[in-house]
Write a new protein. Structure first.
Length: 95
C-alpha cells in the first residue's frame, strides 16, 4: 500500500485553473479501485492519497498524470508501506 503526499509547490496560484482536471484524476483513481482515501493535509498544505492494488511504477505513472503534479501546483512524494497488522475493517490491506 502507498501514501501519496501532494504538497503545494511553486505554482500554488494555479490551483483554480487545474482543479477540474485534478478532481477528475481523483475520481478515476477511486473508480479504478486504486485510491482508498483522499483528503487534505492540514492546515491547507496540500493533499494526501491512500492507494493500494497497484505497483510503485504504476502509481508513479498515475501520480505524474495528475494536472497538479504536471503543472507544479504540488510536489508528490510516494511512501510505500508494507502492512503488518490492521483492524479487522482494514484486513483486506493485508492480503
Amino acid at each position: 500500500m502507498f501514501v501519496v503526499l501532494l504538497r503545494f509547490s511553486n505554482n500554488q496560484s494555479a490551483v483554480g485553473h487545474h482543479m477540474d482536471g485534478h478532481q477528475e484524476w481523483i475520481k478515476r483513481g477511486i473508480d479504478d479501485g486504486v485510491f482508498l482515501l483522499v483528503g487534505s493535509i492540514q492546515p491547507g498544505l496540500g493533499g494526501a492519497v491512500f492507494a493500494h492494488s497497484t505497483t510503485l511504477e504504476e502509481l508513479q505513472s498515475r501520480v505524474n498524470a495528475d494536472p497538479f503534479v504536471r503543472e507544479d501546483v504540488v510536489s508528490a512524494e510516494i511512501l510505500e508501506i508494507s502492512p503488518g497488522m490492521a483492524d479487522d475493517r482494514l484486513s483486506f490491506l493485508l492480503a
